[in-house]
Write a protein that binds this ligand. Structure first.
Ligand SMILES: [Zn+2]
Length: 490
C-alpha cells in the first residue's frame, strides 16, 4: 500500500481519519475510530505489561501542560527546534533539511541554519510551489505555547514529550519506592509539537501519543542477571561506524563494546516486536552519531521498521542512554538536589530511555500485517492486539439463530471484546472480519439449534489465518478462543 491507500483503508475500515473531518480535516491531527482506539489501547496495554509491569517498573501520569521553567532547564525552550525556510513570495514554509533531502541534496538532520543556507545558495534552490526566492533559514521552536490565567500571564507549554514528567517526579518516587535503584517510571500519553508541515498520515503529527519508559540507574552498579537469556536474541543492528549486521546481544557487547544493559534492552525491544508477529528483517536499530544525535545522549539508536507505505525504514521509537543529563539539568533549574544516596554512596542517577511513538507503531502494524492474497484482504494482528477477539454470526437471518447467537455473544462479552454481525452473506461477513483482524469467527447454524441433530449445541469456529473451521460445544467456545491469547514476553 502507498500512503493514500493506507489512509483509505484506515478510514474505510474504521481505524483513523483526519480530525474535524466534516470541516475538511486539520493538518497533523487525527481521530481514531472504534477499531483504531481499541487497537491503540491494546498496543499500550501490551507495551505496559511487557516493558513496565513485567519488569517490576511503574506507570505514572503527568500533566500535559507544564510551566515554562522545567522546559527552560531541560533545554526545550532554546533547542527543541527545526530549521525552517520560507518563500518570500507565497509564504510557504518548509523544513529546510527535508526540502533539500527531497531534492537529492544531502544534509544531515542536525544541520545549522548557516549550513543549510549555504546548501540552498550552492544549489540555487527555489520555492517548490511558486519558484519564488527563499528567505534565510532560521530556527523554529516546535513547542506549543499556552498562556494561562485570566490575563494569560502565566506562560507554559504543552509538553513536547512525556519523559519530562518522569524526571520531575523522580525524586518523590525514589523516596516512595524504598530508595533503591534501578527504578523504572513510564508514561503513556500525549505530546504536542507544532510541526511545520505535518504529513504522511500518522508520521508527523501535531498531537501524538507516546509510550516512554525511563530507567534511572547507578552507572556503576546495574547488574543485569539475564536469567531468561534475553541477550541471545538476534538483532539487526546498524552502528554509526561500520557495517550493519545481525547479532545477538552478547555479540554486541563483545564486538561493538556496547554496555551490557544497553544490549539487553535492545534485545528486549526486538523480542517485543517478534511477539507482535513482525518479521525480524523488518526491524532494525540504527545508531545516530555526530550532529544527528542529541548532544547529551551517550548512545542513541533509532528503532526503525521497514514500512512500505512510508517508502522504507522509518523511525518508530528510540533507545537512548541519556547519562545524567536530565536529573542534572533539573537540579540546576529547580535548585533541588536530585542526586540520591544508594548503599552509602551519592549518585546522580543516569537514565536509559525506551521511547515509542504509539501512532507510528499503529500505522506500522497495519502496514506490515495487512496482506492481500487472491482477492482476500487479511490483517494478521496478534490475538491480543486485535480490536475484536472474536465475532459471532448467525448463519443467516433467522429468529432462532439470532437469538442463540446474541446470547452467546453476551456470554463471551463478559471477558472478551466481541463483535456481532448478521447483515449480508456469511462470506462477506468473514471477509469484513478478516480485513479488520478479528482472529476468530463463530457461526451459529441450524444444527446448533436443532435438538434432533447430533451437532445440537455446537458452533463453528473459523480461524482467520488458516481459514480452518472446527466444530465445538458451546461450553468450550471460550476456552478454545482464549487459548489463542497472545502473551507478551520473549
Ligand atoms: Zn513560493
Amino acid at each position: 500500500m502507498d500512503i493514500e491507500e493506507m489512509l483509505g483503508f484506515a478510514k474505510r475500515a474504521g481505524f483513523f481519519w483526519p480530525s474535524a473531518e466534516i470541516y475538511g480535516g486539520a493538518s497533523g491531527l487525527f481521530d481514531y475510530g472504534h477499531l483504531g482506539a481499541q487497537l491503540k489501547r491494546n498496543f499500550e496495554n501490551a507495551w505496559l505489561q511487557y516493558f513496565v509491569n513485567g519488569n517490576g517498573y511503574h506507570l505514572i501520569d503527568g500533566s500535559e501542560m507544564l510551566p515554562e521553567k522545567p522546559l527552560i532547564a531541560s533545554g526545550h525552550a532554546s533547542r527543541f527546534s527545526d530549521v525552517i525556510v520560507g518563500c518570500s513570495k507565497c509564504k510557504t514554509f518548509y523544513r529546510a533539511d527535508v526540502l533539500l533531502n527531497e531534492l537529492g541534496i544531502k544534509v544531515s538532520e542536525g544541520a545549522s541554519p548557516v549550513e543549510l543556507e549555504k546548501a540552498i545558495m550552492d544549489d540555487n534552490v527555489k520555492c517548490q510551489k511558486c519558484g519564488g526566492a527563499l528567505m534565510p533559514p532560521r530556527d523554529y521552536n516546535l513547542m506549543v505555547a499556552v498562556a494561562l490565567g485570566p490575563e494569560k500571564r502565566e506562560s507554559g507549554y504543552m509538553r513536547p514529550e512525556t519523559a519530562q514528567s518522569t524526571y520531575l517526579n523522580f525524586y518523590r518516587e525514589f523516596n516512595l519506592l524504598r530508595k533503591k535503584l534501578p527504578i523504572g517510571l513510564a508514561i503513556i500519553g500525549r505530546a504536542y509539537r507544532n510541526e511545520i508541515s505535518p504529513r504522511q498520515g500518522l508520521y508527523r503529527l501535531r498531537e501524538l501519543e507516546q509510550a516512554e519508559l525511563q530507567i534511572f540507574f547507578d552507572p556503576e552498579g546495574w547488574e543485569i542477571s539475564d536469567k531468561q537469556n534475553v541477550l541471545a536474541e538476534k538483532v539487526n543492528v546498524v552502528p554509526y561506524k561500520g557495517e550493519g549486521a545481525v547479532m545477538s546481544g552478547n555479540e554486541m557487547v563483545e564486538k561493538l563494546s556496547m554496555p551490557r544493559f544497553y544490549a539487553y534492552h535492545m534485545c528486549m525491544i526486538a523480542g517485543f516486536y517478534r511477539a507482535m508477529q513482525m518479521p525480524p528483517e523488518k526491524l532494525r536499530f540504527l545508531e545516530l552519531g555526530g550532529t544527528e544525535k542529541a548532544f547529551y545522549n551517550k548512545i542513541h539508536f533509532d528503532i526503525q521498521a521497514e514500512i512500505g507505505s512510508w517508502g522504507g525504514f522509518r523511525e518508530i521509537g528510540g533507545l537512548h542512554y541519556r547519562g545524567e543529563h536530565d536529573l542534572s539539568s533539573h537540579t540546576r533549574g529547580s535548585g533541588q538536589d536530585l542526586s540520591v544516596e544508594v548503599s552509602g554512596k551519592r549518585v546522580m542517577p543516569n537514565v536509559l530511555e525506551l521511547s515509542f511513538g504509539v501512532d507510528r507503531n499503529i500505522w506500522m502494524l497495519l502496514d506490515i500485517l495487512y496482506s492481500k492474497d487472491s482477492g482476500r484482504s487479511v490483517l494478521k494482528l496478534p490475538y491480543g492486539l486485535a480490536p475484536f477477539n472474536a465475532a459471532v454470526f448467525p448463519l443467516q437471518k433467522d429468529e432462532k439463530l439470532s437469538e442463540y447467537a446474541l446470547s452467546l455473544e453476551a456470554e463471551l462479552r463478559e471477558s472478551l471484546k466481541v463483535g456481532y454481525d448478521e447483515a449480508g452473506s456469511i462470506g462477506r461477513r468473514y471477509a469484513r472480519m478478516d480485513e479488520i483482524g478479528t482472529p476468530f469467527c463463530i457461526t451459529v447454524d441450524f444444527d446448533t439449534v436443532d435438538s434432533q441433530s447430533d451437532k445440537y449445541g455446537t458452533v463453528t469456529i473459523r480461524d482467520r489465518d488458516t481459514r480452518a473451521q472446527r466444530r465445538v460445544k458451546r461450553s468450550e467456545v471460550f476456552a478454545s478462543i482464549a487459548s489463542g491469547i497472545w502473551r507478551a514476553g520473549p
